[in-house]
Write a protein that binds this ligand. Structure first.
Ligand SMILES: Cc1cc2nc3c(=O)[nH]c(=O)nc-3n(C[C@H](O)[C@H](O)[C@H](O)COP(=O)(O)OP(=O)(O)OC[C@H]3O[C@@H](n4cnc5c(N)ncnc54)[C@H](O)[C@@H]3O)c2cc1C
Length: 458
């Protein structure tokens, strides 16, 4: 292995320059463990190319050496997909170009290593915004978000990254460069290779640039936190608001009482509402005149049995209310190792699924704490199980079965990575998996990229 590393160091340094290679064991550590600290592996070295051509050269050197490559953006992924397993880590952070905004098309092309926050800052200066947002914005990259088809809080209004991506440039596993950056609204010239890369989790190619569709930054935004006595009531409120407000509803997220408690402890926050509520709904309404929508909002919340509401329309007030939802992930992480399960559930089955989740986890580990939060109006719940001696395998199997029984999906927006590979057969047929393997073999014939992720190697 040492000889391989020495040889790779020499060849890769000739491409990217020695300062853009990391070989020191201690310096590699931040890239070897994921955000949740559940997934860990060793890197041969890390390399940070700054152009598409250099990415292609790096891949061909690795291919010649027969070593695997894992792409890493912000390393905020929650399924262990960016953690190396005796592989070269290809860091995208120097793919950081912010091209000028195409205001006629309302699109912008950015480097894959640009963080969501940097992209937001860039386009907001022109009164525009990105249609996808998530709490990991300071670190998560546009390339990582595209590779995982990230959803986030605004998906109920604008869809996931799949809808935001107007094109991309990518170096395929075989080193060939495919560029689809014209951003044409209509372009049916053959297979949509760019679309195929959305959600491919670093297994088909390295995304180097992404062309994004932009939205006009809403003139007004209002956030309300509403408390409910049951998840049934909260879900009814979220879905009725979606129907009645239409495109004015930008988000309808959920946090249970256990999640709110963890956030309050960690951030030392007062209760979000005057009346203690077991189930919190965070809604965001946007438009030209959100005041005029308030009667519909309060009527709907009342009809669903709301127990208390808090509203904010200024930036700091909105951020304060969002904290009860956005800080759940970090607050859970501060408790120790967590089993995370991102599930997509048909809307009508959400309350039943949540109740059955508590029962199923209690059967596996009666001492475990379950925290459920997520993007309620999308049918997307994040189940988190905390326990000092958790049997991850049994919890995963139990939750996977439950999702399958409800005709849901074992991954709504976090992807499969290494965490969910063994559950794929619960929701995808043999023929379906065979088709995925055929695509993988065609675009990455050496099986160099993201080995063992998404699909187990045969
Ligand atoms: C606090 C917090 C909140 C979050 N909230 C949400 C949420 O609301 N919605 C949501 O969907 N996710 C959420 N996530 C998960 C995570 O932020 C997303 O999955 C995000 O898209 C990952 O981006 P990243 O740059 O960190 O990718 P990484 O973690 O670095 O990589 C993720 C995967 O993408 C691959 N990859 C990365 N860059 C590229 C590239 N350029 N080309 C090809 N493959 C690549 C990697 O190999 C890996 O398989 C959250 C995470 C945290 C920590």
């Amino acid at each position: 292995v040492n000889t391989i590393i020495v040889e790779l160091t020499k060849e890769l340094a000739a491409i990217v320059g020695r300062p853009n290679l990391i070989v020191d064991r201690e310096a590699l550590m931040p890239f070897e463990t994921d955000y949740t600290r559940r997934w860990h592996g060793e890197a041969l070295l890390a390399v940070a190319p700054s152009s598409t051509d250099d990415v292609a050269r790096v891949l061909s050197v690795c291919q010649a050496a027969g070593v695997g490559v894992v792409v890493q953006g912000g390393n905020t992924g929650l399924v262990g997909g960016a953690v190396p397993a005796d592989e070269v880590v290809l860091l995208t952070r120097r793919l950081d170009v912010l091209e000028p905004i195409d205001s006629l098309a309302s699109q912008v092309t950015v480097g894959a290593g640009v963080t969501l926050e940097a992209a937001q800052r860039h386009v907001r200066a022109d009164g525009l915004d990105l249609p996808v947002d998530l709490a990991a914005r300071s670190a998560a990259t546009i390339g990582g978000m595209t590779a995982t088809n990230a959803g986030g809080a605004l998906a109920v209004r604008y869809g996931t990254m799949a809808a935001a991506v107007a094109g991309m440039e990518v170096v395929l596993g075989d080193g060939k460069i495919v560029s689809r950056l014209s951003g044409l609204l209509k372009d049916t010239a053959g297979y949509d290779l760019a679309r195929l890369l959305v959600g491919s989790e670093g297994t088909l190619g390295v995304i180097t640039r992404v062309r994004l569709r932009l939205i006009r930054h809403p003139t007004q935004r209002l956030v309300a936190v509403a408390g409910f006595g049951s998840l049934v009531d909260a879900a009814r409120a979220a879905l009725t608001l979606r129907d009645r407000l239409g495109p004015s509803l930008e988000a309808a997220d959920y946090v249970d009482a256990a999640g709110v408690r963890l956030v309050r402890d960690r951030r030392r926050l007062p209760p979000p509402l005057a009346v203690e509520s077991g189930h919190l709904l965070v809604i965001q309404v946007a438009g030209e005149d959100v005041e005029s929508l308030l009667p519909v909002v309060s009527e709907t919340l009342d009809a669903a049995g709301v127990t208390a509401v808090s509203v904010a329309d200024d930036t700091s007030g909105r951020e304060r209310l969002w904290t009860y939802r956005e800080a759940v992930n970090e607050s859970i992480g501060a408790q120790g190792l967590v089993h995370k399960f991102d599930a997509s559930i048909p809307l009508g089955a959400i309350p039943e699924f949540a109740a059955e989740t508590h029962e199923a986890v209690a059967l596996v580990d009666p001492a475990a704490t379950v925290v459920i939060y997520g993007h309620l109006a999308d049918g997307n719940l994040h189940v988190n199980v905390l326990s000092p001696d958790l049997d991850h395998y049994r919890v995963e199997q139990a939750l996977g079965q439950l999702v399958a029984q409800h005709n849901g999906s074992i991954s709504a927006e976090h992807g499969i990575g290494i965490a969910k590979r063994d559950l794929l057969t619960l929701v995808r047929s043999d023929d379906d998996i065979a088709a995925m393997r055929a695509v993988k073999a065609a675009l990455d014939p050496e099986g160099l990229l993201g080995r063992h992720r998404v699909l187990r190697e045969e």
